[in-house]
Design a binder for this molecule. Structure first.
Ligand code: XLS
Ligand code: NI
Ligand code: NI
Length: 437
């Protein structure tokens, strides 16, 4: 198989002074930070859907992407041609992981049986390429949103047959993820929501979604798949409201339907933005609940109100992500998964490299900066000091459950007024972060 990127060799770390656009300035896979290598901390992953299938079309314009390996091919032949190209890219980037949807690696067939057959054909190739390059599967997933049958949702469709079809599709997707040694499996509720409440029985739909996830958990255990299940929050797009709208809504859903502990969260930056949150907020919500699983690393454009899936290059953002990630102990099965696509205007194959190199470097810098902030200790110390009143006296008694309203009233009647507050020092802390950026 001739190389798809003949002029690009393996991307090397050249250090911050390098002017080579095809080199890492900050991502040095083997460099140790807080006792682990950068590669171990970041666990970079490339997504198949945007990287191989993204054509640069938008609702106003046709495809722009130049992809010489696709010329004259369609259907299963096109799907086959993409596989080695994808792995060549992962290998040259030194990205240890990838992620895919069933229907972006292999085409839809006319029947479920035919789709499964196509998928098996491609899974064989994926397996060979994984072996050849050492690239591993971060997570697999099923595409339950493109085909017209999923117009009204998959597991939340009012049509029970569609639920059954989705179940069969997910069953197969979990099986192939297992077969490929996937470390996780993601549920993103593509169209699990509504466009109007006038036609929607929300309670029934949510119960069906929960039932679906319970079936998946049961099947996972049955076949001995040990990977982590993730649910990926997103508030809207394509539907007006999605049931898995943000980290807090997902956690509440999982708790209500007895699924907490079975699924962690896969958080995506652009989805956080659409939900009106920062990515760090979402990571803190998940982290506090012990459910911080993996991240879909991208970014939106604050001037555009949709999921633009741009590559992350903002160091402030990656620093915040890494501060929260390190605080909660880092990834176990998760990783930094670039659910991101090159712009329509960036249509040459080399743009795929620039994009990933930039994202990897941005996260490497975020990691180094976050580690330096932690080593410095002033930020942590400030937060600890801010809560010092809880370490002894009345604070300690409250935390330990030793007092109730009556004791607290007695305490305050005696004291007359609460101790004075201290400044929150937001500007001081923002300046402190900038010392490291
Ligand atoms: C779409 C989602 C999707 C999931 C995988 O907005 O981000 O790409 O990550 O189905
Ligand atoms: Ni995503
Ligand atoms: Ni997304």
């Amino acid at each position: 198989m001739p190389a798809a990127f003949p002029k690009i060799s393996k991307i090397q770390f050249e250090g911050a002074k390098s002017k080579n656009p095809l080199a890492f300035k900050h991502y040095n896979a083997k460099e140790k930070i807080e006792g682990k290598t950068m590669a171990e901390h970041l666990r970079f992953s490339v997504v198949y859907w945007h990287t191989m299938c993204g054509q640069g079309a938008d609702m106003f314009g046709s495809p722009t992407a130049i992809r010489p390996w696709e010329t004259g091919k369609k259907g299963i032949e096109l799907a086959k041609a993409r596989v080695p190209v994808f792995f060549e890219l992962c290998e040259k980037l030194g990205a240890p992981y990838y992620a895919f949807h069933d229907r972006d690696v292999a085409p839809h067939g006319k029947t479920l049986r035919e789709s499964n057959k196509h998928l098996d054909t491609i899974v064989d190739l994926l397996k060979k390429e994984q072996k050849r390059t050492g690239t591993k599967l971060l997570w697999g997933t099923a595409q339950l949103f493109v085909h017209p049958r999923y117009t009204h949702g998959a597991s939340t469709s009012p049509n029970a047959d569609v639920f059954a079809f989705a179940a069969a599709q997910v069953k197969k997707a979990i099986e192939v993820t297992h077969e490929l040694g996937g470390e996780g499996y993601t549920f993103w509720g593509g169209r699990e929501g509504y466009s109007t409440l006038l036609n929607t029985d929300m309670k029934r739909e949510q119960e069906h979604l929960a039932k679906f996830l319970h079936m998946a958990v049961e099947y996972k255990k049955k076949i001995g798949f040990k990977g982590t299940f993730y649910i990926e929050p997103k508030p809207k797009e394509p539907t007006k409201h999605q049931y898995d709208s943000d980290a807090a809504a997902c956690l509440n859903f999982l708790r209500e339907y007895n699924l907490l502990g079975e699924l962690k969260l896969n958080l995506e930056t652009n989805h956080a933005t659409l939900a009106g949150h920062s990515m760090q907020h979402e990571m803190e919500v998940a982290g506090a609940a012990g459910a911080l699983g993996s991240i879909d690393a991208n970014t939106g454009d604050l001037l555009l109100g949709w999921d633009t899936d741009q590559f992350p290059t903002d160091i402030y953002l990656t620093t915040q992500c890494m501060l929260s990630l390190l605080k909660y102990g880092g990834f176990t099965t998760g990783g930094v998964n670039f659910d991101a696509k090159v712009r329509r205007e960036s249509f040459e194959p080399v743009d795929l490299f620039h994009a990933h190199i930039g994202g990897m470097d941005a996260f490497a810098r975020g990691l180094k900066i976050a580690a330096a902030i932690r080593k410095d200790g002033r930020l942590d110390q400030f937060v600890r000091d801010r809560y010092a009143s809880w370490n002894s006296g009345i604070g300690e008694k409250i935390e330990k459950g030793k007092v109730g309203f009556e004791e607290l009233e007695k305490y305050m009647l005696q004291k007359g007024e609460a101790n004075a507050n201290s400044s929150g020092r937001q500007e001081f802390l923002e300046n402190l972060i900038n010392e490291f950026i």
